[in-house]
Design a protein around this ligand. Structure first.
Ligand SMILES: [Zn+2]
Length: 77
């Protein structure tokens, strides 16, 4: 099963950015300025969101995307 991580589990939008952690490089900074990625700061706790929805500001990670897809699948049965 293909899972599209970059689809908002909250509103279904694909207007989604990847969140980058750590000290941003100059290139990353420019991308963030251009709205291509989102900077998540340098503190990583292990359960930080990896994606950010530009439409509803929801944030999630891969595990949450998988949980969401499985829930959707069960709902269809
Ligand atoms: Zn959304």
């Amino acid at each position: 099963m293909a899972i599209n991580y970059k689809k908002c589990p909250n509103c279904g939008s694909t207007n989604v950015l990847g969140i980058l952690y750590g000290m941003p490089t100059h290139e990353a900074f420019l991308k963030a300025e251009a709205g291509e990625i989102k900077l998540g700061g340098c503190c990583i706790t292990g359960s930080d969101p990896e994606y950010y929805c530009k439409d509803c500001e929801h944030e999630w990670n891969k595990q949450q995307a998988i949980d969401y897809e499985y829930n959707q699948m069960w709902r269809l049965l």
